[in-house]
Ligand binder design. Structure first.
Ligand SMILES: Nc1ncnc2c1ncn2[C@@H]1O[C@H](COP(=O)(O)OP(=O)(O)O)[C@@H](O)[C@H]1O
Ligand SMILES: [Mg+2]
Length: 294
């Protein structure tokens, strides 16, 4: 174990990072395995509280994939995904809202609060945080471009940045469930990666960090040696076109690209299954996960 002197040295080593990130907005997408493992859940909440105590301004956007799928299956409904997006009929929309807001959002927020953080659980429908419209999705099938209907899967039309800044300026961490509604009050389920990217862009965040269930991007996910630590936009577009990046990784990459195009300074995709990966990414200079770069 560390003795007292080593412990203090470790703190001092973190000082340049703590200084550099004072008052800086860090948008974190919380998803994947880190959301279902109870120990990782607690550590995640503690990490976010630590960021707040260190003077950073975290914004958390969470997904709900596995738990929504579980609840749907308990109710006898199957889940279908197209390019990482959940096909959502009216009933699935209702259940997604129950799980995201009634369970996941309150659970995460209260865990942070137990560690002493000041956090506020909200969803995209609060104060029109996320105005949505139906996502029109086109896919390529048999060399033809086809429009497909994903039901109540939404795209972000606009973001109420003023609302988020008010929460941040009051010293609270916004914890956001990725729902939105349109002008008529119709609810939409929005991919949490997409929401995180647009929020980082709106707030011109210092960093966007995507927690997921893999180390980052691989040229070939089956080959650990093909790990990519720095991924350029061009390489990302090319990999998506050729199918080397697919499924749930597509909205993540697109979110990173959008954020970087809009003055977010850095975007990382990191492994949420490694305890403390967020803190390692922020408070050390050891490159962690895949960094998307212009
Ligand atoms: N090139 C790639 N490198 C790494 N993972 C990839 C790649 N292409 C697709 N993936 C998949 O993307 C998944 C992460 O997205 P997703 O399942 O939506 O998780 P999350 O809950 O974190 O959003 C990985 O588990 C992996 O199977
Ligand atoms: Mg996903």
């Amino acid at each position: 174990m560390f003795d007292s002197k080593q412990k203090i040295e470790t703190l001092i080593e973190a000082m340049p990072y703590i200084r550099r990130f004072q008052n800086k907005i860090i948008v974190i997408k919380y998803g994947g395995h880190a959301m279902v493992n109870p120990d990782l859940k607690q550590k995640f909440a503690q990490d976010i509280a630590f960021l707040q105590f260190s003077g950073l301004r975290p914004v958390v956007v969470h997904g709900g994939g596995p738990e929504i799928t579980q609840m749907l299956s308990r109710l006898g409904k199957k889940s279908e995904f197209i390019e990482g997006l959940r096909v959502t009929d009216a009933e699935a929309m209702e259940i997604a809202q129950m799980v995201l807001v009634g369970k996941i959002n309150t659970d995460i927020t209260s865990a942070m609060v137990r560690y002493g953080a000041k956090a506020l659980g909200i969803n995209g429908k609060d104060s029109n945080l996320l105005m949505a419209c139906k996502l029109l999705k086109k896919i390529k099938k048999d060399d033809k471009i086809k429009e497909i209907d994903l039901g109540f899967v939404g795209d972000v039309k606009s973001i109420n940045g003023e609302f988020l800044r008010t929460i941040l300026d009051s010293g609270y961490i916004p914890v956001i469930a990725p729902l939105g509604s349109d002008e008529n009050g119709q609810s939409y389920n929005i991919n949490a990666d997409t929401v995180a990217g647009k929020i980082a862009a709106t707030l011109q965040a210092e960093k966007l960090i995507m927690l997921t269930d893999v180390k980052g991007i691989f040229e070939n996910p089956k080959d650990p040696k093909s790990f990519i630590s720095e991924l350029s936009f061009d390489k990302a577009y090319e990999m998506i076109l050729r199918g080397a990046i697919d499924g749930g990784m597509i909205p993540k990459i697109n979110a990173c690209i959008l954020a970087l195009k809009n003055q977010t300074k850095a975007a990382h995709i990191i492994d949420g299954t490694i305890p403390r990966s967020i803190l390692m990414e922020i408070f050390t200079d050891k490159g962690f996960g895949t960094m998307v770069v212009k």
